[in-house]
Design a protein around this ligand. Structure first.
Ligand SMILES: *[C@@H]1O[C@H](CO)[C@@H](O)[C@H](O)[C@H]1NC(C)=O
Ligand SMILES: *[C@@H]1O[C@H](CO)[C@@H](O)[C@H](O)[C@H]1NC(C)=O
Ligand SMILES: *[C@@H]1O[C@H](CO)[C@@H](O)[C@H](O)[C@H]1NC(C)=O
Ligand SMILES: *[C@@H]1O[C@H](CO)[C@@H](O)[C@H](O)[C@H]1NC(C)=O
Ligand SMILES: *[C@@H]1O[C@H](CO)[C@@H](O)[C@H](O)[C@H]1NC(C)=O
Ligand SMILES: *[C@@H]1O[C@H](CO)[C@@H](O)[C@H](O)[C@H]1NC(C)=O
Ligand SMILES: *[C@@H]1O[C@H](CO)[C@@H](O)[C@H](O)[C@H]1NC(C)=O
Ligand SMILES: *[C@@H]1O[C@H](CO)[C@@H](O)[C@H](O)[C@H]1NC(C)=O
Ligand SMILES: *[C@@H]1O[C@H](CO)[C@@H](O)[C@H](O)[C@H]1NC(C)=O
Ligand SMILES: *[C@@H]1O[C@H](CO)[C@@H](O)[C@H](O)[C@H]1NC(C)=O
Ligand SMILES: *[C@@H]1O[C@H](CO)[C@@H](O)[C@H](O)[C@H]1NC(C)=O
Ligand SMILES: *[C@@H]1O[C@H](CO)[C@@H](O)[C@H](O)[C@H]1NC(C)=O
Length: 750
């Protein structure tokens, strides 16, 4: 709406001024200086402008050209702003020497504002001659695909207020291994804003940084800086935002660093190798509202000084060796808190009831601690959580019924605890829930009581109840979750038949039935981590491949495998192993052309293996062992590559390759027994993909993103993800790290 209005305004303006020029034959007050006009044309011809960004750069009055600003009185060009788009065209592409660009710009002797960000200089070096443009006050060369060092000559731009060399092109300042922040930076005494983030800068942060006494915004995050945070930081008494996160800084952050930083609002120093053992009576900068200190080692209990911060909004102290309990009154002393992450710590004790009074809290992540006791059941319906992760603790007791009323909750992860008892229609009011993980608990009762009650919840994409005590049959209600992509009910006590309606999950039938909220869905986790480092071009090209899965293994299901399952042509994993299924394998199973993993082992299936199975060309994991199958193993393209005979073990009447038994009456069946189900890893991987792609990326991002709005938190990782959402990225990055570990590492070391 507002965009449209703005576009109309621009249009009106263009029409108006266009007409004015036509009628009066140009502007009356002045024409541009001829020498400057020529310099601009020379500048223009250094680039390939295939998208016609500079099409207005013709005619005499260069002050009228797009992106040019002239001084009203003198007529000199004072401002040149031609931004390219780093995501797509349009963009200028350098075809000449970068030195030529600067030499033409040097003719604009009154130029104060220069912004060429987002254009592509084809990996040129930053010309040191930029340092000759002494009159510059604003210089934005961000995301231009420069490589090599930042020239010390930039230190000569002593009038500079703003310097932006952040590089979201993919860390292009990277060719030399040894790119330091030059000491001469200290000469930029007027500097208020500096952004060197997402490059490949190494070395120390120079002590001279302390000379930038006007500095308000310092962004050095996502580089390879090492050494300590210089003490001189403490001299930056105007600093509001300090961001040095995601580097390799080490040593201790101390009270002394903050001695004069009274204006600090945002402290972003996480993901380094720092220690943060501040004294417990430390008085932090009073306006501090955003704290990202992940991986900063505290080695103590929950820091007392945090409780002094009346304006605190976001706290991320994950992976910080914090032990002991959460303060009982946390919900009262931090009333404005809307994001709290303490994942990967050593906290024990129980979850404080006072959190039920945190009206602002949207995001709560206490996973991977040693919290015990029951989850408080005092949640209020005026709270509007979006994300709750309490997984991998030692929580016991019942599922808190008051948590079932959060209509804006997207992600609820309570897996790997000791929750027990029945869930009573939890999904009934959780109408936005996209991911529900209750796996690895002691939840009992039947599925009707969990999913029943005609929920109308069509957002659910992941339902995970693995390794619980759920019993009863699989109710038809389950089939009404039309967005379901992962159904994991493995390792329970389910009985009865597999309902044929499972063959009708729309997303599992056809990827086209998937609802995307908006574009960032097309991220996948591994790449997201890269994004946080400032790389995004790669993932843009990556084609999205969703994992879609049904796992009903290790239950007591009986009856046949419903023929209808063959309609799930988009399914990647089907695991029905370790049940009491009987009857034949569906004849047309070859239709499930996207199957990568299929496990029917340890059932009572009989009959022959359908020939159509050889049509499953993507199959890389198959297990049919320990059934009662007979006859020849079909030959065909993919089955031939699955050479491991153990996948057929325990079916005495099967014959043919890869079994030793030829299809005749003479040979004995093979007796290889070393059967091992290694499907676990694959499942975790699927889980890993889904979580961020569908959970965070759509619902969480889409909604939390718009709710959380903090102006001062300004990074532009994406053009569409505006400033503040950075924090969400940070949190997601942590998740990524965790899931990555889950994917790569030993699943038991969680
Ligand atoms: C400019 O770029 C376009 C599109 O990339 C290309 O077709 C054209 O040949 C280029 N022109 C020059 C002069 O390099
Ligand atoms: C970009 O730079 C490379 C290496 O310097 C050069 O070979 C290539 O021609 C340049 N591309 C264009 C379009 O100028
Ligand atoms: C530099 O330009 C980019 C867009 O290309 C913009 O997002 C960023 O805010 C600018 N930096 C400053 C300090 O204005
Ligand atoms: C510009 O910077 C260089 C390198 O930092 C320095 O040697 C030189 O003296 C400076 N020139 C002026 C005019 O300040
Ligand atoms: C972090 O710093 C400690 C010493 O403070 C050092 O022993 C350790 O190796 C460092 N870890 C990394 C990953 O750099
Ligand atoms: C936790 O911090 C250590 C360094 O202190 C780091 O090596 C490790 O990668 C961090 N783990 C996570 C999950 O962030
Ligand atoms: C938490 O851990 C500490 C140290 O291991 C222990 O002294 C304390 O009793 C524990 N508290 C609870 C509530 O388990
Ligand atoms: C988890 O809590 C139970 C009691 O509820 C206790 O017996 C057990 O030792 C705890 N486990 C861990 C790992 O703390
Ligand atoms: C679930 O349990 C209730 C009684 O607790 C029973 O009436 C119902 O039939 C069961 N449903 C299923 C699907 O087992
Ligand atoms: C599973 O269900 C059967 C009866 O249906 C019951 O006897 C058994 O105790 C249950 N097992 C568990 C672990 O709940
Ligand atoms: C395999 O697929 C092809 C084409 O989809 C089909 O013609 C053929 O009948 C299938 N084979 C079996 C054994 O079903
Ligand atoms: C095995 O031999 C019997 C008779 O000896 C025959 O009826 C049967 O068809 C044979 N089976 C196979 C699988 O060749």
């Amino acid at each position: 709406m507002r965009e449209t209005f703005r576009a109309m305004l621009v249009l009106v303006a263009v029409l108006f001024f266009g007409a004015a020029e036509f009628c009066s034959g140009g502007k009356t007050s002045f024409n541009c200086i001829e020498g400057e006009r020529k310099a601009l044309l020379k500048f223009k011809f250094c680039f390939n402008d295939s998208s016609d960004m500079l099409s207005s750069w013709k005619g005499n009055d260069c002050c009228e050209w797009r992106g040019i600003g002239c001084d009203k009185n003198s007529g000199h060009v004072v401002s040149l702003q031609v931004r390219g788009s780093i995501f797509d065209q349009p963009q200028l592409y350098l075809i000449d020497d970068a030195e030529e660009v600067v030499s033409s710009l040097l003719k604009l002797r009154y130029l104060e504002h220069l912004d060429l960000s987002g254009n592509d200089v084809n990996s040129s070096l930053i010309p040191p001659s930029f340092g000759l443009m002494k009159q510059l006050r604003y210089l934005n060369l961000s995301s231009m695909n420069f490589k090599g060092r930042i020239p010390g000559e930039l230190g000569n731009l002593t009038r500079l207020h703003v310097l932006d060399l952040a590089d979201y092109y993919g860390g292009a300042l990277k060719v030399d291994d040894d790119i330091h922040i030059q000491d001469s930076i200290g000469q930029l005494s007027k500097l208020e804003f500096i952004d060197l983030s997402a490059n490949q800068l190494s070395g120390n942060i120079p002590e001279s940084i302390g000379q930038l006494s006007n500095l308000e915004h310092l962004y050095f995050h996502s580089n390879k800086l090492n050494g300590v945070l210089p003490d001189s930081i403490s001299k930056l008494s105007n600093l509001k935002l300090l961001s040095v996160a995601r580097n390799s800084l080490e040593g201790a952050i101390s009270e002394a660093h903050f001695a004069n930083l009274f204006k600090l609002i945002s402290l972003d120093i996480g993901s380094n190798n720092l220690s943060c053992e501040m004294k417990s009576n430390w008085r932090p900068p009073p306006y501090l509202a955003y704290i990202y200190m992940a991986s900063c080692k505290f080695g103590t209990g929950f820091p007392k000084w945090l409780q002094l911060l009346k304006r605190i909004k976001i706290v991320d102290l994950s992976n910080a060796s914090i032990s002991g309990p959460l303060p009982e009154n946390i919900g009262h002393v931090m009333p404005g808190l809307y994001g709290l992450s303490l994942t990967n710590n050593l906290m024990n004790g129980s979850i404080p009831k006072s959190l039920c009074n945190s009206k602002a809290l949207l995001f709560l992540d206490l996973s991977n601690n040693m919290l015990s006791g029951s989850i408080p059941n005092c949640w209020r319906n005026d709270q509007s959580f979006n994300f709750i992760d309490l997984s991998s603790n030692n929580l016991s007791g019942l599922f808190p019924s008051t948590m079932g009323q959060f209509s804006s909750l997207f992600v609820l992860l309570l897996n790997n605890n000791s929750l027990q008892g029945e869930l009573h229609l939890v999904l009934k009011n959780l109408i936005s829930l996209t991911i529900l993980d209750l796996g690895e608990n002691k939840i009992s009762g039947n599925l009707t009581s969990i999913v029943g009650g005609k929920t109308g919840n069509h957002a659910l994409k992941v339902l995970r109840l693995r390794r619980n005590l759920v019993s009863g049959y699989i109710p038809l209600e389950l089939c009404s979750f039309s967005q379901l992509q992962i159904l994991d009910l493995a390792d329970n006590n389910l009985t009865g038949r597999i309902p044929p309606c499972l063959g009708k999950f729309p997303v599992m039938m056809n990827a086209a039935n998937m609802i995307y909220v908006f574009d960032p869905t097309y991220l996948d986790l591994a790449h997201l981590l890269e994004v946080v480092k400032g790389r995004y071009l790669e993932y843009k090209k990556t084609t999205l491949r969703l994992q879609i899965s049904i796992d009903l293994s290790s239950n007591k299901l009986t009856g046949p495998i419903p023929e209808e399952l063959i309609f799930l042509e988009n399914l990647h994993n089907l695991n029905l192993s370790q049940n009491h299924l009987s009857g034949k394998i569906p004849e047309k199973i070859g239709q499930m052309e996207n199957l990568e993993s299929l496990d029917f082992s340890q059932n009572g299936l009989s009959g022959t293996i359908p020939n159509s199975m050889s049509n499953l060309t993507k199959l890389s994991h198959l297990n049919l062992s320990y059934n009662n199958l007979s006859g020849p193993i079909p030959t065909g393209y993919q089955l031939q590559t699955l050479e491991d005979p153990t996948i057929y073990t325990g079916n005495p009447h099967l014959c043919g390759t890869p079994l030793l038994m030829k299809c005749s009456n003479d040979t004995l069946p093979p007796t290889i027994t070393n059967f091992k189900d290694n499907n676990e890893g694959a499942l975790k991987r699927m889980w890993f993909y889904i979580v961020v792609m569908s959970g965070f990326a759509t619902g969480f991002w889409g909604v939390v993103g718009t709710l959380i709005f903090v102006k001062s938190w300004r990074y532009a990782y994406f053009q569409w993800v505006d400033d503040v959402k950075h924090w969400i990225l940070v949190v997601i990055a942590l998740k990524v790290a965790r899931f990555k570990k889950m994917f790569n590492g030993n699943p038991d070391d969680q």
